[in-house]
Design a protein around this ligand. Sequence first.
Ligand code: UT7
Length: 319
Amino acid sequence: MPARIAGTGRYLPTEVLTNDALAQRVATSDEWIRTRTGIRQRHIAAATEQTSDLAVNAARAAIAAAGMQPADIDLIIVATATPDMIFPATATIVQDKLGIRHGGAAFDISAVCSGFVYALAIAERMVSSGGARNALVIGAETYSRILDWSDRGTCVLFGDGAGAVVLVPAPEPGIVTAHLHADGSHRHILCAPGAIQHGAITGTPFVHMDGAAVFKFAVKVMADVAFEALAAAGLSPTDVDWVIPHQANIRIMDATMKKLHLPEERLVVTVDVHGNTSAASIPLALDTAVRDGRIRRGQHVLLIGVGGGFTWGSVLVRW
Ligand code: UT7
């Protein structure tokens, strides 16, 4: 049985940190951040909010949009690079907070900013093979906790948030095709190279990035994996109604659209509102475009992820 997305949801923490407010903390400006990245503001989780809390809020919205109850969910995958703790998996904490008892599988996956696309591809395979029925796929992050707030090269880029979808069996394929890739030889250009050993943090537990190298790599692989999905589906770029790339930087997104020879009007952009929210960025943008009525039944939506590892992937959805 094929799988389709039956509901979407999103959650952004209440606190908004504008570029002007950031410029009070580090040597930057609203003009620099907007022209280099397209970001106007980001949301910051409250001290009492964990990644699982953001995830649960997005999940409840997605489950309600699917016309379901939490008890109907029998698979939970949380894509995150900022889990609540070392273990258990944030997905099991989400399951508990949703009140699901004696449920199906719940686990996290770590593919950084490609995490949502990875999780959706895995869930699609589990649902379509009969291994699960109603899957909850979440991207949720609290990057504000792993940023060096004195490093203007990284702290201006990221934010906190969560997005979720519910995947169900369907007679027609909603998930048309999915393609995942990684190349670990590029892992040093974007990483948070800290570890916990014998009770102490070793290495540097903050986001480290070679921005220019990430930029170049992202533009190349996003276009490659978009073309890979289109070839597998027998479609051309003009058959795509909406492109939803990882919301990292408007210039990376624009460059990807140019390589696809698609007009900007088909690009969904939310990076201005929430910055780079890593695994949460694609489902945040997806839910925005579903709820404001841009995405309509029968349309083709191309999700493209790219992130640390390096990892990248695409999921082509017929809505
Ligand atoms: O999920 C993937 C995550 N990462 C990304 O998507 C990031 C990809 N890379 C980028 O988006 C861009 O490379 C950046 C936005 C990070 C940087 O833009 P850029 O046009 O590549 O700028 P740059 O690195 O060449 O830096 C230009 C200048 C430097 O000053 P000097 O050395 O020319 O004097 C930086 O020190 O801008 C300076 N700079 C800043 N200035 C004001 C770096 N960060 C800031 C800042 N405010 N926040």
